[in-house]
Design a protein around this ligand. Structure first.
Ligand SMILES: C[S@@+](CC[C@H](N)C(=O)[O-])C[C@H]1O[C@@H](n2cnc3c(N)ncnc32)[C@H](O)[C@@H]1O
Length: 312
């Protein structure tokens, strides 16, 4: 790692002007300025293209930024903290390593990666939402990781880094919001050095009978219903809970995601289910040039760091 060129920050790829989906709540949230006056509510939102979806998601997180840490912890009964730590432990990172956190938000996962690489390492957190990044930077200044961490604005589908820049490209709770899942993963693979890892922590589909039904009911009924109440009370962006529910439903489940990792060329691909499959972590290794990798791993978990985790 020592002889590697420092990673250069390229200009952000997102153009913050010309929002394709101006929405009424933006002025209420103080999140930014509107655009062409077309009224689009999140719950009914069918993005025309990738750019429109990115703008939509960016506006949504601009609204959530100041509440994100509390909501993330409260909704999961603090489990997200343990899941992030578990995922970071699967990154293969060592002190002095270089890591990328895609969709870093307020930095919760970035700091877990930074804890591993230490003061001699480097972690770049990338996000398309300036408001989330502002929170991340504010918090970072108060941590012991401040010299090892950098936050950049950019898009997951076009990572502004040269090939092979990192020992690990990781992401947490972000893939359900990106406009092109395969492109994002391909970009993450591209920026990792051969032998490095790609890690994804995401909400998943519980497979335990009972929990599975409760989860589907929650996503399919409770979230949209709560969303409609919040909309009536004019709390938050109209339809944002319906949007999240739909995005999570449309995301490949943990096994499909594991398959996608393999299909995109990663080897030794593993999937760890956490807390009965409410969340899952996929880990894949970028193939060493000239080396033949092992196939998808389906054996017993030998590295569980979170109670209730298991490989599938
Ligand atoms: C649910 S938050 C997750 C934040 C953080 N990783 C965590 O562990 O809490 C998703 C983040 O992904 C970012 N995001 C969504 N789509 C993105 C994209 N296309 N490019 C970059 N960041 C994106 C959002 O702005 C948001 O901060």
């Amino acid at each position: 790692m020592k002889d590697r060129e420092p990673i250069k920050a390229l200009p952000p790829v997102c153009d913050p002007v010309n929002l394709a989906i101006p929405v009424r709540f933006l002025s209420r949230a103080g999140a930014g300025s509107g655009g062409r006056g077309e009224k689009v509510e999140f719950g009914e939102m069918k993005p025309k293209d990738a750019r429109q979806q990115e703008e939509y998601v960016r506006s949504l997180f601009a609204f959530l930024a100041s509440r994100y840490d509390f909501v993330s912890s409260a909704l999961s009964l603090t489990r997200t903290k343990h899941w992030r730590r578990f995922a970071a432990a699967k990154s293969g990172l060592k002190p002095g390593g270089h890591a990328l956190d895609v969709g870093c938000g307020t930095g919760l996962f970035t700091f877990e990666l930074a804890r591993i690489v230490g003061s001699t390492g480097r972690v770049v957190g990338l996000d398309s939402c300036p408001e989330m990044l502002a929170r991340a930077r504010e918090k970072c200044a108060r941590t012991p990781f401040r010299d090892a961490v950098e936050f950049l604005e950019g898009t997951a589908v076009e990572l502004p880094f040269p090939d092979g820049s990192f020992d690990c490209a990781a992401t947490a709770f972000t893939l359900h919001t990106v406009p092109d899942l395969e492109k994002t993963l391909s970009e993450m693979i591209r920026v990792v050095r051969p032998g490095g890892r790609v890690v994804n922590l995401e909400l998943a589909r519980p497979r335990i009978p009972g929990l599975k039904q409760v989860y589907s009911f929650y996503l399919g009924r409770v979230m949209p219903f709560t969303g409609r109440i919040l909309k009536r009370l004019r709390v938050g962006p109209p339809g944002f809970l319906e949007y999240f529910a739909r995005a999570l439903q449309e995301l490949p489940d943990q096994q499909e995601m594991q398959g996608l990792f393999s299909r995109l060329g990663l080897v030794d691909v593993r999937c760890y289910e956490l807390d009965g499959g409410i969340a899952a972590v996929q880990v894949g290794v970028k193939v060493e040039s000239g080396a033949r990798g092992r196939d998808q791993h389906c054996g017993a978990c030998n590295g569980a760091g979170v109670q209730g985790s298991k490989t599938i």
